[in-house]
Design a protein around this ligand. Structure first.
Ligand SMILES: Nc1nc2c(ncn2[C@@H]2O[C@H](COP(=O)(O)OP(=O)(O)OP(=O)(O)O)[C@@H](O)[C@H]2O)c(=O)[nH]1
Ligand SMILES: [Mg+2]
Length: 340
């Protein structure tokens, strides 16, 4: 899973990138998208590790992409700057809340840039297809189908609406996939503002789930040792860090859950699309495990946690045998029986 940090120049993307991934932003890499890996702190993993005493503990991770900031005013080369994140699964829009601007207006104009960039991509393709369909090339019927969908998309964008609002089926979306349309991606809106600042009502109207973080302060805090950090947090009245909330929001926006494998060699968290099946989960680990799938032995995390020990879990028969089509739940601990 890959999430692009986007926004206007100077909104704090690179600061947030460093906070999320622990990697400093490199100006030489940002223009083509710099990738960093973030670990979601997950207490469930710690509990599983305490049960199994494994050689290795591997948390689930998400990749964040630092991208070049857009220049306000004219569209300019903003579409090219945004092209860096066309392959991402979601956008994390970072708004500047620390230099006295209006973040709601900033979000509105950023969304206009997204619409403008998508409209450019789609219009380009529509024009090519129209020319091509006229020539009645061998695959013109396929192209005509694609053209019909693209024209609906184009009209939606011209109307100032996001492609996501069209509710296209998976089949209809197929020809759109290679364009990576920005307004079809899930979004997380983050206001980068001084600690304790409220999210303005006007911003909430545009993005009900917007989150606030003081990226610079949290980055400074992250550089302290635990004791100092706790003292500073008490002084500043910080009770919850924004970093973990943001990563969790990214998981939710993309629709990713975590399942676990747990044993002596390794306790590990894995990302999985919500509503994926047991055999798809096996495929995340290894294609052979999916091919030879026999059964999944599944324990719900909450049940195991309530039982407290592996022995107690066994006595209570918490483990269920599930087939290929079982829909994996967030927190499931799975052992795959496989013939390969
Ligand atoms: N006061 C304050 N300053 C911040 C905050 N976040 C970032 N800054 C400062 O704002 C400036 C720009 O931050 P960056 O993280 O580089 O912003 P950016 O979005 O990556 O900028 P571009 O890459 O140029 O688009 C830096 O000097 C940061 O130290 C914040 O939450 N509060
Ligand atoms: Mg930057």
């Amino acid at each position: 899973m890959r999430v692009g940090l986007v926004g206007f120049a100077g909104s704090g993307k690179s600061t947030l990138f460093e906070l999320l991934t622990g990697t400093a932003s490199d100006p030489g890499k940002v223009h083509s998208g710099q990738v960093g890996v973030a670990v979601l702190a997950d207490p469930r993993l710690d509990f599983l590790a305490s049960l199994h005493a494994p050689k290795k503990v591997t948390p689930a991770t998400v990749e964040f992409l630092d991208t070049p900031g857009l220049i306000p005013g004219t569209h300019g080369d903003n579409p090219q700057r945004l092209a860096v994140i066309r392959e991402g699964d979601a956008l994390l829009i970072v708004l500047n809340g620390f230099t006295g601007g209006d973040p709601a207006a900033e979000l509105a104009s950023f969304r206009e840039e997204m619409l403008f960039a998508d409209l450019g991509t789609v219009t380009n393709r529509v024009e090519r297809l129209e020319a091509s369909v006229k020539k009645r090339r061998p695959d013109w019927e396929m192209q005509e189908k694609e053209l019909a969908i693209l024209k609906r998309v184009q009209a939606t964008l011209e109307d100032g609406k996001f492609v996501a609002t069209l509710g296209l089926s998976a089949d209809e979306k197929k020809p759109l996939r290679s364009f990576g349309l920005l307004t079809d991606k899930p979004q997380v809106v983050v206001l980068n503002a001084a600690q304790g600042e409220e999210i303005p009502a006007r911003l909430k109207e545009l993005a009900a789930d917007a989150l606030a973080i003081d990226a610079k302060l949290e980055l400074d805090l992250a550089q302290l040792d635990l004791e100092e950090r706790a003292a500073f947090m008490t002084d500043l009245g910080v009770t919850e860090l924004g970093r973990d909330r943001i990563i969790r929001a990214a998981y939710d926006a993309v629709g990713i859950i975590t399942f676990f494998t747990a044993g002596e060699p390794e306790v590990r968290g894995w990302n999985l699309e919500r509503n994926a099946t047991a055999v798809e989960a096996a495929g995340k680990i290894h294609t052979d495990l999916a091919k030879g799938f026999i059964r999944a032995e599944v324990t719900a995390y909450d049940d195991l946690h309530a039982a407290g020990t592996l022995k107690e879990a066994k006595a209570k028969h918490l483990q269920r045998l599930e087939g290929k089509e079982y829909l994996v739940k967030d927190g499931d601990i799975i052992y795959f029986r496989s013939a390969v």
